[in-house]
Design a protein around this ligand. Structure first.
Ligand code: MN
Length: 192
């Protein structure tokens, strides 16, 4: 929903072009290929992920990784904005204050989860059915998978492809800077 260069200097144009046009596209293509010919091929990705255990066993790993990758990245683009940053407000702020003792503590928890993720994965703020929670998933595992059974509200991609051109090995610096582009309005809409 914005130009490739719109998130500079936090996220550079080349990273956004590669990330959206190559990495995300590959997840879409591979998910479609894995689902072709099954009854899930035209279903919403959220339904595919929730019903992963019903798919043919030889399709599950490819769908978990690639439908997960599509869902995760679709969320990721939407919860960033060139007009982002600032602080949450309204009912989301209240929920964050209840669960984390404020937005700064939430940011710290998400950054810690991302820094500690060994290898590739995501750092998530989710609705777990009763309240907010923070954790990390490996690879492209979605919080919507049955084993988590949560609704993702905010997710930060900590794969190296998300930051390496600009930040190299400095994942903590990427995570600190990422909050300059967070779109709290989009997170609030998901929370609502
Ligand atoms: Mn990614």
């Amino acid at each position: 929903p914005y130009d490739y260069a719109a998130l500079e200097p936090t996220i550079d144009e080349q990273t956004m072009r590669l990330h959206h046009d190559k990495h995300h596209q590959a997840y879409v293509d591979n998910a479609n290929a894995a689902l072709a010919g099954t009854q899930w091929e035209d279903r919403p990705v959220e339904q595919v992920l929730v019903e992963l255990d019903l798919l043919p066993e030889d399709k599950r790993a490819a769908v978990r990784n690639n439908a997960g990758g599509h869902a995760n990245h679709s969320l990721f683009w939407e919860i960033m904005s060139p007009d982002g940053g600032g602080e949450p407000s309204g009912s989301l702020k209240s929920a964050i204050d209840d669960a984390f003792d404020g937005a700064d503590a939430l940011k710290q928890a998400l950054n810690d989860a991302g820094v500690k993720r060994f290898g590739s994965g995501w750092s998530w703020l989710v609705w777990d059915g009763t309240g907010l929670a923070v954790y990390s998933t490996p690879n492209q595992d979605s919080p919507m998978l049955k084993e988590f059974d949560d609704v993702p509200l905010l997710g930060i991609d900590v794969w190296e492809h998300a930051y390496y051109l600009n930040y190299q090995n400095r994942r903590p610096d990427y995570l600190s800077a990422w909050w300059n582009v967070v779109n709290w309005d989009a997170v609030q809409q998901r929370y609502d």
